[in-house]
Design a protein around this ligand. Structure first.
Ligand code: GDP
Length: 197
């Protein structure tokens, strides 16, 4: 899919105020600093559509972008920022649960995982939450330029082994690097195929 246009629509802290439009929606989420903003900018070929975060975990906003005038890309706040208090973690959980619970136009959630880090309980718990609520999701491994191809294979195999302890099958996954432009076409083609389904 060629990105012909990418426009910011709105930022919300309230799920109920998100666009009413029923255009198909794809949400991107992951731990703070996972490389989400860089990935969104790579996918849309825009330098700063999503703001790369100087202060992770600071803003908890749902950002809608309209792509090619026919689908929404949604930038969700990062989770798992160590310095966030317990009460804000609870608010975050509610906010995210509401987003995934209420947005019927959501076609797929993309859970971003930094390929340099061992599987983290918070990511597993998050995928569990999506699974239990029947929300389709895929995994996007980020920062693949940081590992050699063999190390990527090993990492993904280890990740699969861990996931398959609780899941029947490995969700669809993508290997990406925003700095090297890896995986862009795979993710966009996948979105295109879902849009045309
Ligand atoms: P966000 O907090 O998840 O939105 O993450 P950002 O996109 O702001 O990136 C966090 C940090 O990771 C920044 O220092 C980026 O330069 C770096 N980063 C993001 N993507 C990549 C990548 O593909 N490769 C490498 N090597 N670094 C990356």
């Amino acid at each position: 899919m060629k990105i012909k246009s990418a426009e910011f629509v709105m930022s919300n802290s309230d799920v109920a105020k998100c666009p009413k439009s029923m255009l198909p929606e794809y949400a991107f989420i992951g731990r703070s600093n996972v490389g989400k903003s860089s990935l969104i900018n790579m996918l849309t070929s825009r330098k700063s559509l999503a703001k790369t975060s100087g202060r992770p975990g600071k803003t908890q906003l749902i950002n809608h972008f309209l792509i090619n005038k026919n689908w929404h890309l949604v930038d969700l706040p990062g989770y798992g920022y160590a310095r966030v208090s317990k009460s804000s973690k609870k608010i975050f959980q509610k906010f995210i649960t509401e987003y995934f619970g209420l947005r019927q136009q959501l076609v797929c959630g993309f859970v971003l995982i930094d390929i340099r880090h061992k599987p983290q309980p918070i990511d597993q718990e998050f995928m569990q939450l999506l699974g239990e609520n029947g929300i389709p999701f895929s995994i996007i491994f980020t920062k693949a330029d940081k590992l050699k191809p063999k190390a990527i294979d090993n990492y993904v195999n280890d990740y699969k082994t861990i996931l398959l302890e609780t899941w029947e099958e490995m969700p669809r996954y993508f290997i990406t690097s925003s700095s090297k432009g890896i995986g862009k076409d795979d993710v966009l083609e996948y979105i295109d195929s879902l849009n045309n389904n």
